[in-house]
Ligand binder design. Structure first.
Ligand SMILES: [Fe+2]
Length: 293
């Protein structure tokens, strides 16, 4: 079986065929996939049909996994079910707290940027998909950074963004998390320009959890964040993935933003299972192998 890599847009994202992710990968095949991942930042693997155990094992090749933020959101700390159905398989009611989280996913973001050590990689597999809508869009923050003018690059070089789950959820309303769960997620600071450790490419690090820029006027910096987001998500920097059951798509949260597109949630089921590779810091409290507090 020959591994085939096909780039999906002029700037990023690739489809990989000719590999079966259900079985353990030899080191050479894995290294090819990892290198392609660092180059393209989004990889789509059609027709994989992974179960949770297979998805977990493949994800762990990239590093220790990250646990979910709250039991109210995911009973399984490692495999997060992004679904508009409850545990019995019925469509979620409009007032279900999980709906709030699904709503949040529809705005451009990078996964868990509100954590002290954000997620490195997210892997999403399609278990049930609606007949229309429900796509995921990605935007390449490396290409967007490259396209900024030099003045803007200089202005942002040392800028620090403040990322806050309470802020981003507050934009939607409240109720998804308990007070204690929110207390465990204080605002955190991250550089607005991050350099990828594997290839040295710089990328914008923004998205819906970014509340404002540290040391600048809040409203002014929110305006700037909004302008940057609009610039960075222009069509020439984006890829839209139309899901088919069995797809696995993985993305590099250090390099891209993403958002889910709407679908008719009152009629159609959409069930996706996500695993997340934790950021590499050794003291990352969100790694599943970190001591529970
Ligand atoms: Fe996400």
């Amino acid at each position: 079986m020959a591994l085939n890599i096909r780039q999906l847009t002029p700037v990023f994202a690739a489809e990989i065929t000719g590999v079966d992710l259900r079985a353990p990968l030899d080191d050479e095949t894995f290294a090819t996939i990892r290198d392609a991942f660092h180059t393209h930042a989004v990889l789509a693997f059609p027709d994989q049909h992974l179960d949770d155990d297979q998805q977990t094992k493949f994800s762990e090749r990239f590093g220790a996994l990250e646990r979910s933020i709250a039991e109210t959101i995911s009973a399984n700390p490692v495999v997060y079910h992004l679904a508009n159905v409850d545990d019995e398989g019925a469509l979620l009611k409009p007032d279900d707290p999980k709906r709030m989280i699904l709503e949040g996913n529809k705005a451009w973001h990078t996964d868990s940027s509100f954590k002290v050590v954000p997620a490195m990689v997210s892997l999403l597999s399609a278990r049930e998909v609606p007949p229309e809508g429900g796509e995921t869009e990605y935007a390449d923050m490396r290409a967007a950074y490259d396209a900024l003018d030099d003045n803007k690059k200089r202005d942002l070089e040392d800028a620090i963004g403040l990322h806050s789950f309470a802020y981003s959820q507050g934009q939607l309303g409240t109720g998804a998390l308990t007070g204690d769960e929110l207390d465990a997620l204080p605002p955190v600071e991250h550089p607005m320009i991050r350099t990828h450790p594997a290839n040295g490419r710089k990328a914008l690090y923004i998205g819906r959890h970014a509340s404002h820029i540290v040391g600048r006027l809040v409203e002014e910096s929110r305006t700037l964040l909004g302008e940057l987001l609009a610039f960075a998500t222009q069509p020439q920097f984006t890829y839209r993935h139309e899901w088919r059951v069995g797809d696995l798509v993985m993305w590099d949260n250090r390099s891209v933003l993403h958002r889910g597109r709407p679908w008719d949630e009152s009629r159609y089921r959409r069930v996706m299972h996500r695993t997340t590779v934790a950021g590499e810091a050794a003291d990352n409290p969100w790694r599943v192998d970190a001591a529970a507090e």
